[in-house]
Ligand binder design. Structure first.
Ligand code: F6P
Length: 319
């Protein structure tokens, strides 16, 4: 392998810059050139390419977001877009491609592999932690830390006013951010999309809520859940509550990556290059039980399941 292409795609997540730095550093020591495609798959389609050097990336290790920019590309979903991307790889003589992104990025790679035969490697980069084959996705830990920091602040005002506060966190259809942040702030209720019965417990509890204290609900965003729905249900059972909603939103995606995410970015970044030098298979690199773990593309799934231990914690603290 002489020339690697790399891009970040989908929602940005803290730690992506650390991973980019590590990829380029590991490639350089093996005399491999690295080119970065800007704005995710869009850059591949438009041949928007920049040479990457580790000494230039080094100073961004601590920074959130992605210096390569990112996008959710509609054009790449079409075969025509993928053919253009393939042309770009040929023009630039790229002989391996590394993607950093979540579930959507991964699906894009799978579709691309039908027309493009160079090896692909994926680093699971998303705050949602919803991908199998790794204990944690890149950015999850930082997002949870941001959520906690902000919910702690909300608790101060909630306690002062004896208010019911519903804090909505991100995660798309995954409740990992909600469970983790909810447990760590001592929430009175934690609602996640994976579990249907939470709302019942919450309503029972809030029915008798006497306004002598704060009542903190952490809820994951999601089509069948979300802050507004929870709020209207609470008001049905207890119309007198003084209730406020805070949606943490995109603040969870930004900010300096945590120590864990910087380390994860560095470990996974180096692992991509090492893996490419060893084998030519399409794999996702992850860390399972603190060991590097490779998952062949065919075995990567969007992880909806919350494991039994976490469910037990949810039952104990969040219901
Ligand atoms: O996948 C990461 C994520 O932040 C989800 O938690 C959220 O639902 C979504 O992206 C928001 O996407 P966008 O930034 O495109 O609005």
């Amino acid at each position: 392998i002489k020339h690697i292409g790399v891009f970040t795609s989908g929602g940005d997540s803290p730690g992506m810059n650390a991973a980019l730095y590590a990829i380029v550093k590991a490639a350089e020591v093996n005399d491999i050139k690295v080119s970065g495609f800007r704005k995710g798959y869009e850059g591949l389609i438009d041949n928007d390419v920049v040479p990457l050097k580790s000494h230039e990336l080094q100073k961004f290790v601590h920074q959130g977001g992605t210096v390569l920019k990112t996008a959710r590309s509609k054009r790449f979903m079409e075969l025509d877009g993928r053919k253009k991307a393939f042309q770009t790889l040929r023009i630039n003589k790229i002989d391996a491609l590394i993607a950093i992104g979540g579930d959507g990025t991964f699906k894009g790679l799978l579709a691309f592999s039908e027309i493009c035969d160079i090896p692909f490697i994926n680093i699971p980069g998303t705050i949602d932690n919803d991908i199998s084959g790794t204990d944690f996705t890149l950015g999850f830990d930082s997002a949870v830390n941001t959520a906690i920091e902000n919910i702690d602040k909300i608790r101060d005002t909630a306690e002062s006013h004896n208010r019911v506060f519903i804090v909505e966190v991100m995660g798309r259809d995954s409740g990992y951010i909600a469970i983790h942040s909810g447990l760590m702030v001592g929430a009175d209720a934690i609602l996640i999309p994976e579990s249907g019965k939470d709302l019942m417990y919450l309503l029972d509890k809030v029915k008798n809520y006497d306004s002598e204290d704060a009542f903190l609900v952490v809820v994951s965003e999601g089509d069948e859940i979300g802050a507004e729905l929870v709020s209207s249900k609470i008001k049905e059972v207890n119309p007198n509550v003084d209730l406020r909603i805070t949606k943490l939103g995109h603040v969870q995606r930004g900010g300096n990556p945590s120590a864990l995410d910087r380390m994860l970015g560095i470990r996974l970044g180096v692992a991509t290059v090492k893996t490419l030098l060893r084998e030519k298979e399409n794999v996702m690199v992850g860390i399972l039980n603190n060991q590097l773990h490779l998952t062949p593309f065919k075995d990567v799934v969007k992880q909806h399941q919350v494991n039994d231990e976490l469910y037990e914690l949810l039952e104990l603290f969040g219901n």
